[in-house]
Write a protein that binds this ligand. Structure first.
Ligand code: IMP
Length: 295
């Protein structure tokens, strides 16, 4: 388990632990098994997610991260219900779907969205957060067998099939939870970058990691020309637009690092970021991309 972040997901929902295991590269996510979780009384998904992570922090082994996740389905024609109450609207699966379709019987306006909020607390108590949503509409009848909860009646925007038909693979790239997980990884890399920034541009390990990275993989070589080869930002040109290209290295452990490359344009209003999770030998373990498409 060397270099892997071990985390406990503070939820009874086994589907979520399975999804998060796929969504957080470099993490091992297991469910925290306890008899009674405190009731969800927060006024927002964030408050509930944080309460779950804090509850886990109090009971989990000291070396684990704890993760709280709170999510829900918001249906426009129902004024945003079931929302925070999604898990308590009716028992998950067929009963909840039957109640939802009953409430929407004869209703033409079927816009809806899924929301997910993730809060992770590190062994030393630092909090990182990520939010994601997925727009769509409620189908007339359930279709498909993958996913869970309301997935058989949720049709994402731009799709004809339900999430349960599109499947778990689709979900791992596009779901509200996938987006929240990417935002969480981005926030984590950002906060770690701040820690490492204290080392300064002259830190020899940081320099070595970055130079080796730019020569190693084809993907990194393709980006090497426009990004600085030491932590910091330089002006660059993206399709004739003035932009800024910056590089940072974080999480420099004996055997793992995250290289963050960001190109920002339109006076910083638009940005695209690559997070390269790399091993000690410079090989890339995984890449997460965030933000606007490059101009
Ligand atoms: P909680 O976050 O455990 O309070 O409950 C979230 C509830 O929202 C679940 O029980 C589901 O009913 C619904 N939900 C959240 N995420 C999904 C999803 O990815 N697919 C289908 N239903 C979901």
């Amino acid at each position: 388990m060397d270099g892997v972040r071990r985390a406990l997901l503070c939820s009874r929902n086994a589907h979520k632990a399975r999804e998060l295991q796929r969504l957080l590269p470099g993490w091992s996510v297991e469910p925290l098994v306890v008899d009674d979780y405190p009731p969800e009384t927060g006024a927002s998904y964030y408050e509930n997610a944080r309460a779950k992570a804090e509850f886990g922090r109090a009971v989990a082994p000291a070396d684990r991260w704890t993760i709280g996740e709170d999510s829900g389905l918001e249906v426009a024609a129902l004024g945003g219900r079931p929302g925070l109450q999604s898990a308590r609207y009716a028992p998950e699966g067929a009963p909840a779907i039957a109640r939802l379709l009953g409430e929407l019987d004869g209703v033409a306006e079927r816009d809806a969205r899924y929301v997910s909020e993730l809060v992770a607390i590190s062994p030393d108590g630092a909090e990182v957060r990520g939010t994601g949503s997925l727009e769509g509409r409620i189908a007339g009848e359930p279709r498909g067998s993958e996913g869970f909860g309301y997935d058989p009646v949720f049709v994402p925007a731009g799709e004809e099939r339900t999430v349960a038909e599109l499947g778990d693979e689709w979900k791992s790239r596009n779901s509200h939870r996938a987006r929240a997980a990417r935002a969480l990884l981005a926030a984590l890399a950002g906060s770690l970058a701040l820690v490492v920034a204290g080392c300064g541009n002259s830190d020899p390990t940081v320099q070595r990691v970055l130079s080796r990275f730019f020569t190693h993989s084809a993907r990194a070589r393709a980006l090497a020309a426009r990004f600085p080869h030491k932590p910091g930002a330089i002006p660059c040109v993206l399709h004739s637009l003035q932009a800024t290209c910056s590089a940072d290295v974080s999480l420099v452990k004996p055997d793992r690092a995250v290289i963050t490359l960001t190109e920002a344009w339109d006076h910083g209003a638009q940005a695209h970021t690559w997070f390269f999770f790399i091993r000690q030998d410079g090989t890339v373990e995984s890449v997460v991309e965030e933000g606007a498409a490059s101009p």
